[in-house]
Design a protein around this ligand. Structure first.
Ligand SMILES: *Cc1c(COP(=O)(O)O)cnc(C)c1O
Length: 402
């Protein structure tokens, strides 16, 4: 294939708005002149001669060999997301968990230590505590928002800080710049799982983080179709992560990359619309008698509202609230809603409703639930693209039935 045209002159990448990058960055046309990004659904590539094959395999000539290593559709997705995060390079992976595992196995070894926020995705905790621990990589769990707690946990063996900000489901926010500085003072790297904000609302590399991790399965796809992930950072760090992926095999499928390319095009529009609806619903919920408390970074009463305002251009479309009456009332309210989907997933154009204490956080001990603020009356909403008035009316009738 001969490249005819890049979707966007790479020199423009730093000058144009996120919405333009989302549509144009990283695109590449084949000699056919297709307008929509092509799907290269192929596992391997052929050469004009034995000599050309030898040059490709030796690295003397750039080009595709096998889709576990590189694929043109996957490469377009990687370049587009890299432009949006302001990263030198992106490595796409088979899922969000594969992105976290690739980061850790590429950059850490036996005897190294990780300091990580307790408020991370549940499966991430299992990955660190069970599977990385087996390889002699120890993790110390700390309070996301308390920099002193991170400081106390650092040892001479610490190589990585790992966090999600804002946290799910309570919307706690880390001071990313302060944690980056602390990590660097101790020769460690800071990795931020930016799944909930996406680069549209927060760009952790600009705040000093070394690595950004994504589950593309959530907002990047945005329509609940495909599993995927990504790791982003400097060329040097990404060379290591790429080496791991091409060797260990958790590569992104070209089909999924094509779905995510289309997802990225509408990501800025979706994030802003879903975020505006979430803010409006959070304000409304905070005024309802049956609601004890609302957790949403966009509300002034949230303890991390100021920090969130400084770090993010808007607030992630995910909010939670505590309904009076504990588990029974929470389950009843969930069952009464007619528009919201009852599911643990998030980031979809379809709004979802979840009872964290008995689903996403069900495996935590009672003590851990208490420490993480996962009370029985807590309900999480991921706000989609339905009309906000319809969502509000749905919640109103469900609350009214309690
Ligand atoms: C879903 C999720 C993951 C895991 O992603 P998968 O694509 O499901 O493997 C990691 N981090 C966060 C914050 C998530 O929400």
């Amino acid at each position: 294939m001969r490249d005819i045209e890049w979707g966007l002159d790479p020199e423009l990448a730093g000058l144009v708005d996120m919405a333009t990058l989302a549509v144009r960055a990283g695109g590449r046309r084949s000699a056919e002149g297709e307008h929509s990004e092509a799907l290269f659904m192929t596992s391997s590539f052929v050469y004009g001669s034995a000599e050309e094959a030898a040059r490709r395999f030796s690295g003397a000539e750039p080009g595709n060999i096998y889709s576990r290593f590189t694929n043109p559709t996957v490469a377009m997705f990687e370049r587009r997301l890299a432009a949006m995060e302001g990263a030198e390079r992106c490595v796409a992976t088979a899922s969000g968990m594969a992105a976290i595992l690739a980061t850790c196995l590429a950059l850490l070894g036996q005897g190294d230590e990780v300091v990580a926020s307790r408020s991370v995705f549940g499966t991430t905790r299992v990955l660190f505590d069970k599977y990385l621990a087996k390889l002699g990589i120890r993790t110390q769990w700390v309070d996301l928002a308390d920099v002193k707690d991170w400081q106390r946990a650092v040892t001479a063996k610490t190589r990585l800080f790992f966090l999600e900000s804002p946290s799910n489901p309570l919307g706690e926010v880390a001071d990313i710049a302060a944690l980056a500085e602390l990590a660097h003072q101790h020769g460690a790297l800071l990795a931020v799982d930016n799944c909930l904000c996406t680069p549209v609302l927060q760009r952790p590399l600009q705040l000093g983080a070394d690595l950004v991790i994504h589950s593309a399965t959530k907002f990047i796809d945005g329509q609940g179709r495909a599993l995927g992930g990504a790791v982003l950072g400097s060329q040097k760090l990404m060379d290591e992560v790429f080496g791991y992926i091409r060797t260990c095999g958790a590569s992104m499928s070209p089909f999924n990359a094509w779905v995510f390319l289309k997802g990225l095009e509408t990501l800025p529009l979706r994030m802003h619309a879903q975020s505006a609806s979430a803010l409006s619903l959070a304000r409304w919920l905070a005024q309802q008698d049956q609601v004890e408390r609302v957790f949403y970074g966009g509300l002034e009463q949230h303890p991390h509202h100021d920090r969130a305002t400084r770090q993010q251009s808007a607030f992630a479309p995910l909010l939670s609230f505590v309904v009076r009456g504990g588990r029974q009332a929470a389950w009843q309210l969930i069952d009464k809603t007619r528009i919201f989907s009852i599911t643990g997933n998030l980031g979809d154009t379809k709004s979802t409703i979840t009872h964290p204490a008995t689903t996403t956080h069900g495996r935590l001990s009672d003590g851990d639930k208490l420490a993480s603020g996962i009370v029985d009356g807590l309900i999480r909403l991921s706000i989609g693209l339905e009309a906000v008035d319809d969502l509000q009316a749905d919640l109103a009738q469900a609350l009214g039935a309690l």
